[in-house]
Ligand binder design. Structure first.
Ligand code: RB5
Length: 144
């Protein structure tokens, strides 16, 4: 599994922690930036990561900003992307199992690093359940 990871300055520390987690898990990843805590614009990195996922070059994506909101709004504008902002493990699991979310967004100013790593772990391990959820995801994507 290959993961696209990205952040703006406000999510940079969580992105570094996420990369350490991915290395521990021996998962391949592409880091689309940013590369420091210098102020930058989250849509630039959301777009790069979302396009990697939408094109199939990456299987899933992880995006970090201050709240997770800007990243999710931007990523969801890319065709084929279902980005979910999560701050609890129940939602992170349901995002994969029910919504077939392909990008997880987390806010560094909202969620502590320990919980954020659990969210990522749950999101990466959960599987889409299909069935009635597939019908709903199909309707979701038909809106595009
Ligand atoms: C940056 O100040 C902040 O607005 C950004 O990281 C994000 O939270 C936007 O949604």
């Amino acid at each position: 599994m290959k993961i696209a990871v990205g952040s703006d300055h406000a999510g940079y520390q969580l992105k570094l922690a996420a990369i350490r987690l991915l290395i521990d898990k021996r998962l391949d990843f592409v880091d689309v930036g940013c590369n420091s805590t210098d102020s930058c614009d989250y849509p630039d990195y959301a777009k790069k990561a979302a396009e990697l996922v939408a094109s199939g070059q990456c299987d899933l994506g992880l995006l970090f900003c201050g709240t997770g909101l800007g990243m999710s709004i931007a990523a969801n504008k890319v065709h084929g992307i279902r980005a979910a902002v999560c701050s609890d493990t129940f939602s992170a699991r349901a995002a994969r199992e029910h919504n077939d979310a392909n990008i997880l967004c987390i806010g560094e100013r909202v969620v502590g690093q320990g919980l954020a790593m659990e969210l990522i772990d749950v999101f990466l391990c959960a599987k889409f359940l299909g069935g009635k959820h597939q019908r709903r995801v199909d309707k979701l994507m038909a809106i595009e």
